[in-house]
Write a protein that binds this ligand. Structure first.
Ligand SMILES: Nc1ncnc2c1ncn2[C@@H]1O[C@H](COP(=O)(O)OP(=O)(O)OP(=O)(O)O)[C@@H](O)[C@H]1O
Ligand SMILES: Nc1ccn([C@H]2C[C@H](O)[C@@H](COP(=O)(O)O)O2)c(=O)n1
Length: 228
């Protein structure tokens, strides 16, 4: 592994990984890998093409040939599949559950590995996912495992969806989060778990700013980073 800066942030859905990784990447002008988006795009493409979510070979083949790109739009990042911005279509519960299903397959994970490693470029990378610190970047000098109670994560997602005008049920969201947690934590391949050398941050009663500050403190210590 070279000397390019690298931080991994793993954790369950709704723990705040995406939020804090965006803030840190924007502040440092580092590259950002949203690995969940890759699994979501694959699941979305599979649903579109009516490929069965347990047809490992066809899914791996699809993963190897996906025409995906991420483009900054000034405020965030557009996710393009064959040139079409599919960002919003990836955030549905159907796609989330399908992503969790295809992500349990070894050939699929192997097929997406090179694509994920390609994000490791100057001046640095912050990588968000489930197995960033355990499988994809095991030598990362800074590893975070961001957690929160299932109830708090469900409440965050509920507020997020309500603020976007969706009519959602907190009980349903909690049950979907628990279902996805169970699948992601208990699969035999690259299960969601903290790397042995990860700092575990429980964000249940922390604000986003407090979580970001804790990560910056560790980065300053381990990467000798000067953050203004
Ligand atoms: N510490 C926090 N306190 C309050 N709200 C938070 C906190 N962290 C994140 N949130 C909010 O919770 C919601 C989910 O956060 P986010 O999308 O970053 O989670 P995630 O871990 O990336 O989830 P997923 O893996 O499903 O993409 C967002 O609306 C975000 O603003
Ligand atoms: N490194 C990763 C990233 C994501 N997944 C799977 C498991 C999740 O349930 C699903 C969607 O991820 P999200 O966008 O909610 O972060 O993708 C994984 O297995 N490994």
């Amino acid at each position: 592994m070279s000397n390019i800066n690298l931080v991994t942030v793993d954790g369950p859905s709704g723990s705040g990984k995406g939020t804090v990784c965006h803030i840190i990447a924007a502040r440092l002008k580092w590259n950002l890998l949203d690995s969940g988006a890759l699994y979501r795009i694959l699941a979305f493409a599979a649903l579109q093409k009516k490929i069965s979510l347990d047809d490992q070979k066809s899914l791996a083949n699809l993963a190897l040939n996906l025409n995906v790109s991420f483009q900054s739009n000034g405020v965030g990042v557009d996710t393009l599949l064959a040139g079409e911005n599919v960002g919003d279509k990836l955030r549905t519960e159907t796609v989330a559950q399908a992503a969790s299903q295809v992500a349990s397959l070894q050939l699929v994970r192997d097929a997406l590995l090179t694509r994920q490693k390609a994000f490791y470029k100057e001046p640095g990378l912050i990588a968000d996912g489930r197995d960033m610190g355990t499988v994809v970047f095991p030598d990362a000098p800074v590893k975070i495992f961001l957690d929160a109670s299932a109830e708090q994560r469900a409440l965050r997602r509920f507020n997020q969806l309500q603020s976007k005008g969706f009519n959602v049920s907190l009980a349903e969201i909690l049950s979907e989060i628990k279902e996805r947690d169970f699948r992601d934590r208990n699969r035999p391949v690259a299960p969601l778990k903290p790397a042995e050398d990860a700092l575990v941050i429980d964000s249940t009663s922390l604000t986003v700013v407090q979580v970001v500050d804790q990560i910056f403190e560790l980065m300053k210590l381990k990467l000798k980073l000067i953050v203004e």
